[in-house]
Design a protein around this ligand. Structure first.
Ligand code: TRP
Length: 449
């Protein structure tokens, strides 16, 4: 007979669960990705589509994923197959594990860029003193044959240390300190940005809806993709974190809090970024380079820019770290369960795998520059592949598992919505609205390629 497994770790309180989940949701997606996606998709109009996506798709899926993990009180692979007639549901769990690893492989690279810029501002040599220099500087860094790998390694090492320390002693403690710090930094930056004299233009860009943009399917697609990415649904992170929730826990309330915090965070980060960009006459529609090229140009000329830059890259680094930790924890929990490895061994193995898998992305403009699937470098290709395909597939499997494979009674009980009409609305959303929207997104993406 097998020895009894050690008792599972849990969050110490409900608040700790909420804070850790906010830490996983708030990441590069809210600052780096959100700001450039808003910039590319017409500002305010995009925001409307984004809010619709969060409420109609994000919230129902979040609650379903929490319910999945919480009911099984296990890793995502076990959670998918728990009480199911077919063991094949475990495959959906492994898909989530692979998707987490795929995202982690390049997420750690961009997080490494943030760490590097933080250190550069810390030692007082801000990247690119002049306006042209910032772009040259960033490109030179990306073309280095080793530097991005060194920063990637540092990111993974910090995440691995937290995950080895455990759910309560590592992940919970890290988030308890860093999430409030994140909130404080972003609020101060936004307040300062509003004093720079272009608050009208900056806020106008972010909040004035140009309704005609909503007629472009492209804007909706970008909004759905951004909502999935930013809330972190479909990768098993919510299922895994939900599985550590202590006994009486209000899952619907937690989902609302996390989605609300994640969205507010992105908006406040937008208030920190756009008025500053407009105040110095720069263009916010430059794509992924916004945070690493455009903003350093702003910091180079703005009063107190060295401090603003330091705080901004601290913000980006911390946000990325608490998300990377969740992306490590998903495969680690699955491997601990499937192979009965110790937490240390599983974490080191996953960390090594993520490192090796990420090296081509880290060197996507140098040693691996010849790899250009779909005409973009390998980092962007993996980003597109995971955000456009793996994430929606992950979300679809959650909706199908809870909305179709589970008996209605089980779904409603596990979701924990007190009002019967809300519970019914949630259940129908999972059965029809969410799968239909995801299939539409997948078809549209397939048609464009
Ligand atoms: N939500 C994270 C961000 O905005 C990225 C992310 C996507 C994520 N899926 C995740 C983080 C799963 C942790 C777990 O940056």
């Amino acid at each position: 007979m097998d020895a009894a497994p050690p008792p599972r770790d849990e969050w110490s309180t409900r608040a700790a669960f909420v804070v850790a989940t906010i830490g996983s949701a708030v990441g590069l997606g809210n600052i780096w990705r959100f700001s450039y996606v808003v910039g590319e998709n017409g500002g305010g109009a995009f925001l409307v589509a984004y809010l619709v996506a969060v409420i109609a798709l994000g919230l129902p899926l979040m609650l379903a994923e929490f319910a999945l993990g919480r009911r099984a009180r296990a890793d995502v692979v076990t959670a998918f197959s728990f009480e199911m007639k077919s063991r094949r549901w475990a495959l959906a769990g492994w898909l989530a594990v692979i998707a987490s690893l795929a995202i982690l492989s390049y997420y750690a690279i961009v997080a490494g860029w943030a760490y590097r810029y933080f250190v550069i501002y810390l030692i007082g040599s801000p990247a690119g003193a002049g306006r042209v220099d910032a772009a040259t500087h960033f490109t030179a860094f990306l073309h280095s044959s080793w530097e991005p790998v060194a920063w990637q390694l540092l990111v993974l090492a910090t995440a691995v240390v937290a995950v080895i320390a455990g759910v309560r002693n590592g992940i919970e403690r890290l988030n308890r300190w860093l999430v409030p710090l994140l909130a404080a930094i972003v609020v101060v930056l936004a307040a300062y940005s509003l004093t720079l004299g272009a608050s009208r233009a900056g806020l106008g860009f972010l909040f004035t809806p140009d309704w005609s943009a909503l007629a472009r399917p492209q804007v909706w697609l970008a909004a759905f993709g951004q909502a999935f990415f930013s809330l972190g649904v479909g990768l098993g992170a919510l299922a895994t974190y939900g599985s550590y929730a202590p006994a009486p826990v209000g899952l619907p309330r937690t989902a609302l809090l996390v989605a609300g915090a994640d969205t507010s965070f992105a908006l406040v980060a937008g208030v920190a970024i756009f008025p500053a960009v407009f105040a110095f006459g720069l263009d916010p529609t430059q794509g992924p380079a916004l945070a690493f090229v455009t903003l350093p140009q702003v910091f180079a000329v703005m009063p107190g820019g060295a401090w603003f830059g330091l705080a901004f890259f601290a913000l980006l680094s911390i946000a990325a770290l608490t998300s990377a930790v969740a992306l490590v924890e998903v495969p680690v929990a699955a491997v601990i369960k499937a192979k009965r490895w110790s937490r240390t061994r599983a974490t080191l193995a996953i960390g090594t795998l993520a490192f090796v898998a990420g090296v081509p992305s880290a060197l996507s403009d140098s040693a691996f520059a010849v790899l250009r699937p779909w005409g973009v470098n390998i980092l962007e290709a993996i980003d597109r592949f995971s955000s456009n395909l793996l994430l929606p597939l992950g979300g679809l499997s959650v909706a199908l598992a809870v909305g179709w494979a589970w008996p209605r009674e089980r779904a409603v009980t596990s979701g924990g919505l007190a009002s019967p009409s809300l519970a019914a609305a949630w259940w129908y959303a999972l059965r029809f609205v969410v799968p239909a929207a995801i299939v539409a997104v997948l078809c549209w993406t397939a048609l464009r390629h």
